[in-house]
Design a protein around this ligand. Sequence first.
Ligand SMILES: NC(=O)c1ccc[n+]([C@@H]2O[C@H](COP(=O)([O-])OP(=O)(O)OC[C@H]3O[C@@H](n4cnc5c(N)ncnc54)[C@H](O)[C@@H]3O)[C@@H](O)[C@H]2O)c1
Length: 373
Amino acid sequence: MSYRQHPVIADRPVRIALIGAGWIGTFHAESVARRIPNARLEAIADPAMPAVEALASRLGVAKISADPADVINDPDVDAVLIAAPARFHSGLIAAAARAGKDVFCEKPGGRTVEELDEAMAAAEAAGVIVQFGFNRRYAADFAAARKLIDDGVVGTPQLLRSLTRDPGTASGIANPERIPPNTIFLETLIHDFDTLNWLNPGAIPVRVHAVADALVAPEAKAGGLLDTAVVTVTYSNGAIAVAEANFNALYGYDVRGEVFGSAGMVTAGGLRASSATSYTAAGTGSSTVRLNVDLFHDAYTEEVGRFADAVSARREGVQAMGIPGPGWADARNALAVALAAARSAGTGLPVDVASIAALRAAEPDLRSVGEHA
Ligand SMILES: NC(=O)c1ccc[n+]([C@@H]2O[C@H](COP(=O)([O-])OP(=O)(O)OC[C@H]3O[C@@H](n4cnc5c(N)ncnc54)[C@H](O)[C@@H]3O)[C@@H](O)[C@H]2O)c1
């Protein structure tokens, strides 16, 4: 899948301000400044000013600030892209919405369902677009898997699987004591929970059971680190899903998904960097993808490109082309599963998702009937 320019808005780019210019924010900034033709990087806000200055000068951005309020209230900014740490997300969504800005926000939308709901109520009241950064939906292989599911290839889903193994090194996790508790559920596995929800269309997650430990950095367990987890999720249509994560895969960044059902199976993902394979006396070999920004380079670009399309189309008063991005219900459903998993890992007991929040069905995904069919 490659980013395609919306025809209507070629000469009126969406002016986007970045809030949070760290690892993923820098990638998104480069997408907006260089890879997305109908978007422009108008401003950057991040309290870490030296890094912001360097990024701004590299990308030719004139406006920088240590305070997100400056870019949120800038009349030349149409939309904000939030890539600050998770604890700021819901507050920034609400502030941006109140200023009438459309929002792209990295996951998770909040740390609790209540704070996410409050932010999204502000967004609804303001009538702004809010899209969340569930980038796997935009990866070509995952999108193709969803299309096959919509086409009936799997039949009735019975088993689903999604895994994330973050790339690691022989020396293990850097500064494990700085990783906030439950990061594995709220920031890593939340991708898998969204993927599972999305690959099981029409069903909602009902019950969650998690087992987790600090197997990579056991010395950090007392401080709350969990670096390895397996979560089962039971769905309203009876399907049973398994999500698993580990923070230290020595062989690369490993993201895979699978849906098995009454008529067959679809799979997506894999970490081979290319199909080139060596055959030697030692056996066969191939190189692997090491970074998220390599594995999901196109998906990260596509999701922000689609957001710019949606903002732009609405401003021009035309129907947005293609699919709606993941929104409130998607962010909420994935967050509720993540919170249920964190609670279950703490107690050892299964958790009903309804005890976290009453879930609503996600927006229908138009992928199978739109231009991407
Ligand atoms: N979709 C994905 O695959 C993906 C990948 C990586 C990170 N993320 C998410 O993106 C977010 C950021 O992660 P990261 O890895 O880039 O973190 P990071 O620590 O590299 O960057 C965070 C940046 O935010 C800045 N910051 C701190 N407080 C701020 C505030 N109040 N306002 C604005 N900026 C502030 C920091 O100075 C830093 O530059 C997290 O929510 C994370 O879960 C998503």
